[in-house]
Design a protein around this ligand. Structure first.
Ligand code: AMP
Length: 319
């Protein structure tokens, strides 16, 4: 997760973070805040990156990541990522990077005279490093990230072809909700301004659901509705699971109005988020707990990353 100015939203939570929390009981997890990655788009606003990074790490802990089970760290605290980045950048053909659709999109988004940097072009190489340096089984991400993982696999294959088998073929690990809809019916994304944020206030969440997009053909309470395109039903399906079938049936039959449907959805959502939001406030008053988790995590991450680099240097016949 990148430490941008905006907060983690329910899409980030449902697509990735919730799965991390679940998986930490079965696997060793490496969960990091990608602060170097933030430089690709925030090079003129670096003063907030540290504060934002600590905030994202606190969000991880509040969401249930347990630093006793999982390795939580800042990318910039593990300098081994930078060494492998140099080596991978020699292995990666330029054409692969120029063809990445997000490079083209981000380049177009750059304002005014700003030129795309070498770092922006090399972003997928750094992402491949972040993943492969821990030689993982898989990467738990949302559906939108699946194409990005393909280039990581290609870099690993090319390295292995040139220097022998060092890196595994990583798997995509998707959650039950790999793509959550935002309040306007499109993918939930900070770019669209349609997010419900994991750690906003209950009042903010309530207000957003009140004005959320529903079936435009359902004008009166008794009109039959179409839950499939409704952003409120998408939330019912996740946060009001036991009643989702009834909600769907009543909506289709014209037996439920959108106002009460939104109220029911809001209550279910706030109830689910209450323990996380409470824990977030507790962590706020104990910032040392976050710093300690990050320190311990960086030590463990360095242990694994430096071992991978020993193997890489040996495979490449470097000293
Ligand atoms: P981002 O902040 O877009 O880099 O996303 C961080 C993580 O959240 C990635 O694993 C994304 O795939 C996941 N994610 C972002 N938006 C959504 C969404 N609307 N639904 C499911 N997962 C998402």
């Amino acid at each position: 997760m990148q430490p941008t100015a905006s907060r983690l939203h329910l899409g980030n939570y449902e697509g990735a973070l919730k799965n991390w929390v679940r998986l930490q009981n079965e696997y060793e997890m490496f969960c990091f805040v990608a602060d170097w990655h933030a430089l690709t788009t925030m090079i003129e606003k670096t003063e907030n990156i540290r504060e934002n990074s600590l905030r994202v790490a606190a969000d991880f802990l509040a969401a249930g990541i347990d630093p006793e089970k999982s390795t939580v760290f800042l990318q910039s605290a593990v300098k081994e990522h930078a060494e492998l980045y140099v080596l991978f950048s020699m292995v990666t053909p330029l054409g692969w990077l120029e063809r990445v659709p997000t490079f083209k999109e981000n380049r177009e988004k750059l304002s005014g005279e700003a030129e795309a940097s070498h770092g922006l072009l090399g972003y997928p190489v750094l992402q491949a490093v972040d993943i492969l340096i821990y030689k993982p089984y898989g990467v738990p991400v949302g559906k939108d990230q699946v194409p990005h993982l393909e280039i990581t696999r290609e870099i690993a294959r090319r390295f292995n072809y040139l220097f022998g088998d060092v890196f595994p073929e990583i798997q995509n690990v998707l959650s039950d909700t790999p793509l959550l809809m935002g309040t306007d019916g499109r993918k939930m994304s900070k770019t669209y301004g349609n997010t419900i944020d994991l750690f906003e206030t209950d009042e903010e969440t309530t207000k957003k659901i009140k004005t959320a997009y529903t079936d435009p053909l359902k004008i009166h309470k008794n009109d039959p509705g179409h839950p499939e395109g409704c952003s409120v039903f998408a939330l019912h399906a996740v946060y009001n699971k036991p009643n989702a079938a009834v909600v769907e049936k009543e909506c289709r039959a014209g037996e439920r109005g959108c106002v009460s449907c939104k109220q029911e959805c809001t209550s279910a959502l706030l109830e689910t988020l209450a323990p996380l939001r409470k824990r977030r406030q507790e962590i706020e008053s104990d910032p040392r707990s976050v710093e300690n988790a990050l320190k311990k995590g960086a030590e463990r991450a360095r242990e694994v990353a430096s071992q991978t680099l020993v193997e890489v240097r040996k495979a490449m016949k470097l000293s």
